[in-house]
Design a protein around this ligand. Structure first.
Ligand code: 4AD
Ligand code: MG
Length: 453
């Protein structure tokens, strides 16, 4: 956007951050949310009603007409010399919750309806927007199609049973069938339905028709995980590509993340510098480090060896066949390799049913991308494209064949090798902003026992 010229009349509207001054003059720091930077308003007290100026306190909303001039003082290049001020909304100094600087993140979560007015959350939310835009730009420029997958689904895409049910039943009077189970034939959809845990299955259908697609939407997991990395409602980006094998998939994942970091470094510097100064002093260095270095690629089996031989005392014991916990992932990334790591070929028992079986019959073509400070940021795989093998896996795991009938059909008609992955948008934002709790990179977090606002 182009800035107005010096010595022209302008109108600015926004929220008062601070007001200071002396007997003759008031300096108001005004912020309209478009940037981390405030504009300074200079008000000659003799020109304004005393009562009006008294009401211009932190948090109030005002519109100011005035002249844009070169600033006399330090800390800003330009300022507005006010000729008229309209007060849109007062903000009572006694009760406005955002008076002092340095509120705890926990306190700010309790006032999530006001926290976007703080510098930190303004920066985070602007970066969230910029990265959402960059994601669409990346895929559009590469010829991927944005596929809108459903929010309400009748199948469990991960087969893990962590779903929120969707029903219009009156829960205090649910119709039962003869066996005493809820009679879903009488429910809105005539069958059990849930909020999606992933758009992948529908994404695969898209890839097997359009070539390269991606989804980007809200995803729901009813897992009772109270950690700084889990949300019950999060946003996921899921590209799915026909004719990609696991190695192509890893190349895309690495290129994609690096593109997003570069985009932020080129377009969000004001906010990044603020976050680097106030939240995490290592942020900019870490972002540049990831862009400049190749990710390590190694197998699950080798990673287990490293973890066992490290001699470390783990909270969760580790050995071949066990799933990695955040402490293991972070050891690999932060202490052993000191770089982002892509682990492949996990035991089939700890991964989803749809992953392609390796020739060893024990491991699958899974890939997890592990990041410093985060652990798993991406989960993906090459998909099992063979009908018999996929069906055998579904039966082996005692999943409901009925729920997956249409997914299986794609393997009957023109099946093709294909791969994809899911990037958790909020986990990416944790990395990109230096924030330490996932509840603080989404405007209104949903977590166990918390769905306020
Ligand atoms: O590893 P996940 O469960 O993989 C899938 O859902 C696949 N269907 C993706 C695919 O291949 N298309 O989840 C993918 C990513 C994780 O790596 C993590 O970044 C994020 O989604 N994620 C969560 N983020 C926040 N809160 C949660 N509860 C999350 N669960 C997963
Ligand atoms: Mg995963």
């Amino acid at each position: 956007m182009q800035s107005p010229r010096i010595d022209t009349e302008i109108m600015v509207k926004g929220w008062v951050r601070t007001k200071r001054g002396n007997k003759n003059i008031a300096f108001i720091a005004l912020n309209d949310g478009s940037t981390i930077n405030n504009i300074q308003i200079v008000a000659d007290l003799s020109l304004f009603d005393e009562a009006l100026l008294k009401d211009i306190t932190t948090g109030a909303c005002i519109a100011v007409k005035g002249t844009l001039v070169k600033s006399q003082g330090q800390g800003q290049n330009v300022e507005v010399v006010a000729s008229s001020i309209e007060l849109y909304g007062k903000s009572d100094a006694e009760t406005f919750p955002l008076q002092k600087k340095g509120h705890s993140m926990e306190f700010l979560r309790e006032i999530a309806y006001l926290r976007p007015r703080t510098n930190t959350f303004g920066a985070v939310l602007r970066m969230r927007h910029a990265l959402a835009y960059a994601i669409h730009k990346y895929f559009n420029d590469k010829g991927f199609f944005y596929l809108h997958t459903p929010i309400i689904t009748g199948s469990d895409a991960e087969g893990a049973g962590e779903m929120f049910h969707v029903t219009t039943f009156n829960l205090s009077n649910v119709p039962m069938d003869k066996s005493g189970a809820p009679d879903f034939s009488q429910d809105f959809f005539g069958k059990p339905t849930n909020l999606t845990v992933s758009g992948q299955m529908e994404g695969e259908l898209g890839a097997l028709a359009l070539g390269d697609i991606y989804t980007f939407g809200p995803t729901f997991r009813a897992e009772n995980s109270n950690t700084p990395r889990h949300l019950a409602e999060f946003w996921m980006i899921e590209p799915e590509m026909a004719f990609y094998d696991l190695s192509d998939n890893m190349d895309l994942a690495e290129d994609f993340i690096k593109y997003l970091i570069r985009y932020a470094l080129e377009n969000c510097m004001d906010d990044l510098e603020f976050l680097n100064n106030m939240i995490d002093k290592g942020l900019l260095d870490r972002l540049r480090f990831v862009v400049d270095n190749e990710f390590v690629r190694t197998t699950y089996t080798d990673a287990i060896k490293i973890l066992v031989e490290s001699g470390k005392k783990w909270e969760y014991p580790i050995g071949w066949g066990r799933d990695l916990q955040a402490e293991h992932e972070r050891y690999l990334v932060e202490e052993h390799f000191r770089k982002p790591v892509i682990l492949v070929d996990y035991p089939k028992e700890i991964k989803a049913f749809y992953m392609k079986l390796n020739d060893d019959g024990k491991t699958v073509r899974a890939m997890d991308v592990l990041f410093p400070g985060i652990g798993e940021i991406i989960g993906g795989s090459q998909r099992e494209e063979n009908y018999e093998k996929l069906l055998a896996r579904i039966r082996e795991l005692k999943l409901s064949e009925n729920d997956y009938w249409w997914y299986l059909e794609t393997r009957k008609f023109g099946t093709a090798p294909h791969s994809g992955f899911g990037l958790g948008f909020e986990r990416l934002l944790l990395f990109m902003t230096g924030m330490s709790n996932i509840r603080d990179v989404i405007p209104f977090p949903r977590t166990p026992k918390n769905a306020e606002f």
